[in-house]
Design a protein around this ligand. Structure first.
Ligand code: UDP
Length: 237
């Protein structure tokens, strides 16, 4: 089931993973970990794009559950992903790399509007392209944005940086005996009803035979080890 070598990748970083031990906000240490890992793989010649979540700041569904307007809440959620994208882009620059931040919400004062053309040009030029603003539509998630952008940019895989080191049969935080998979097919994920991504995102990945690799953001060797195939991670292909 090998998907390597990976020459063009889309890394999905959840907002939650950037909050570290806190439930809210950004942990600078984690931003620097993400940035240095991204720079290392970009320097090795891999084309790198990143989609960032916003769950560490705001989720539309959470406020809708309390009676607020879901659409307004989702725009607030998308704006939080732009904040995170700016933070990752800046961390890349501060750590000696080259980044370009794009947004799917039109806010040209803070980021370039996303276009496939612009994103392709950036990654072909060796920049790390960081996408905020999700899909630009309420009722979606940044997982869907990640898969869509990976397909649009013809990436070899989506690499999902999370708090856990792969895909499990159940939440390992709840059941420590849950089975962990090194490799699993898209169909088997569906058959077992495993939650790797939301259904819309996963369906697009499956339809386009897009491999998904899941690893823990703070794992040993990090992203470079995932690309080498030596990290603890799950490959869905
Ligand atoms: N969101 C949205 N449309 C998108 C992507 C995100 O409306 O295409 C909103 C939604 O409210 C979501 C929030 O932005 O809860 C943060 O995104 P997500 O939950 O995917 O972040 P993550 O869980 O990856 O941190």
């Amino acid at each position: 089931m090998s998907t390597r070598p990976l020459k063009k990748i889309l890394v999905k970083v959840s907002g939650e993973a950037l909050a570290g031990d806190h439930s809210f906000g950004l942990e600078v240490k984690l931003l620097n970990i993400v940035a240095t890992q991204l720079i290392e793989i970009a320097n090795s010649g891999v084309q790198v794009a990143v989609v960032v979540g916003g769950g560490n700041i705001f989720r539309g569904m959470a406020v809708a559950a309390k009676g607020a307007d879901r659409v307004v809440g989702d725009y607030m959620g998308m704006l939080s992903t732009v904040i995170n994208a700016l933070a990752i882009g800046d961390a890349v620059n501060q750590n000696g790399g080259k980044s370009k931040v794009f947004s799917n919400l039109d806010i040209p004062l803070v980021a370039d509007n996303f276009t496939v053309r612009g994103a392709r040009a950036a990654i072909e030029d060796g920049s790390i392209a960081v996408f905020g603003g999700g899909t630009g539509n309420p009722f979606f998630t940044t997982d869907t944005a990640a898969v869509l952008k990976a397909v649009e940019l013809d990436c070899d895989a989506v690499i999902k940086a999370t708090k856990v080191d792969g895909v499990y049969s159940e939440d390992p935080a709840i059941n420590p005996d849950a089975e962990r998979f090194d490799e699993i097919s898209h169909d088997e994920v569906l058959r077992r009803g495993l939650r790797v991504m939301d259904m819309a995102a996963f369906a697009i990945a499956r339809e386009n035979n897009l491999p998904i690799l899941v690893y823990a953001l703070d794992s040993e060797g990090g992203l470079p080890a995932v690309l080498e195939g030596t990290a603890r991670s799950t490959t869905i292909a």
